[in-house]
Design a protein around this ligand. Sequence first.
Ligand code: PEP
Ligand code: MG
Length: 575
Amino acid sequence: MVKDVKGIAASDGIGIAPAYLLINPDLSFDKDKKITDADAEYARAEKAFSDASAELAKIKELASGRLDDEELQVFDAHMAILSDPELLGQVKDEITNNLSSAEVAVDKITTNFADMLAAIVDNKYMQERAADVKDVAKRVMSHLLGKELPNIAAIDKPVIIVTKEITPSDTSQMDAKYVKGIVTNFGGRTSHAAIMSRTLRIPAVVGTENITENVENGQKLIVDGLKGDVIVDPSADQVTEYEQNAEEFEKERAEWAKLVDAPSVSKDGQEFEIAANIGTPDDVDDAVKQGADGVGLFRSEFLYMGSDHMPTEDEQFAAYKKAIVGMKGKPVVVRTLDIGGDKPLDYLPLPEEMNPFLGYRAIRICLDRPEIFKTQLRALIRASEFGPLSIMFPMIGTLAELRAAKKIFAEAKAELQADHPGLGDDIKIGMMIEVPLAAINADKMAAEVDFFSIGTNDLIQYNFAADRGNDEVSYLYQPLNPAFLGLINHVIKAAHRHGTKAAMCGEMAGDELALPLLMGMGLDEYSMSASSILRTRSMMKDLDTADCAKLADEAMELDTNEEVAELVKKSLHID
Ligand code: PEP
Ligand code: MG
């Protein structure tokens, strides 16, 4: 029996609950079966339809507090299909005329119906209805076969979600009241799934490779998102031990919560900024609740990914304005479109690439398609009227790219200033340090921007030549590697030589072992998942910057990531 599964600690906290496998059951059936009692068979079909409908009504009710109206309407659409007398009538005819089983009849009739809808070319509405019919058919079939379909929105008791991979639509339906933990086969600490579980503050362990094969529905699990451990079928002693750990963690969290309005200062009184990374303007509320000193990274691509068309200037303006207004005078840094790589857009077909992470992405697309870029910049410049705004460009590698991006920004500003003199003049311009060449060339880069934001997720990926989403090479995610620390130190010092602010918005900024080192190097701003802000502020107030500087120097002299981890743990008195 599998006892412990090791994965990557992706979201802090400890969860204990039965497993809920988010995996579709096998819905295959005997396609040649003939029946003898058509009335009884039809009664089975009728019951499956009404049970499916009742189930949908229940899921809708459970989800009503969480999902928006548009999302809830999907349930109504599915119930409408089930109550269509024509559909059930055809199922009845198929059973009576051909002595088909209810499964065969439902499959045949719904497939014909979906195919007919899908055949209406160029009609997106009909294509979606066809998908609805297929979804409904699956639900009816699950009732006929007596198998349960997983459904996140219907969860109404504590569970640990066990799945191969978690998608944004899965997380949007999750209720943190019931979902006590998430365990996945795939993903790394910087995968977007991991980032989302931190936003929801659900303990998570990702990249276990095979948890779905080792756990059954209902089996008790402990998820330790602090260490990356999953215990299957824990003993009573283990449950007690982890319950205590969870309690201690909650106590610690309550202590941190007291710092929500406190400044981010070191023990010796040096001020820093601890900001939040957000994906949509809706995340601003949480950032404020967690006491963020600002938004250090607004991943604007989520606006594009959440839309079925290229967002217009006005749509973008509304979103940026909402974020800026929501931060109530605290600064907001919006990163311009970072699409491509692992983030595709349905409505912007990109070429098939052998190495998408090294290909046509982010600023490279924006410079090649200035009309897309300028629309975004115009929306941002207009929104800057409502509060302090900074704009930064992702994936800059060369000075030429930086200058080209700034030129398009200047053009957009000049266009808007024709009617609104001075508009956008207060916007600060920065760039992300994600490409090794930009880090090496930090002195020249710093002379041309107001701030740097070090994107360690990509900077590590490119420096170690290790795909950030590939579990096989996740051992190369080494933010504490002395050579890498040397590079970070070089970037921070180069920024400061030019009076440029040095920020960091990759996951390393919220890493507790990295914190003293980064403070020692003089990093000005730390932008992270909102859930990590208060813990970081609490650690910061106990750290002395002179001690940190010594520790950073010592760390850079060492040889390995592990040696640095040991050194920092010793200095922080953690085991
Ligand atoms: C990064 O690369 O560190 C970063 C913050 O950007 P993203 O994770 O969105 O690629
Ligand atoms: Mg990046």
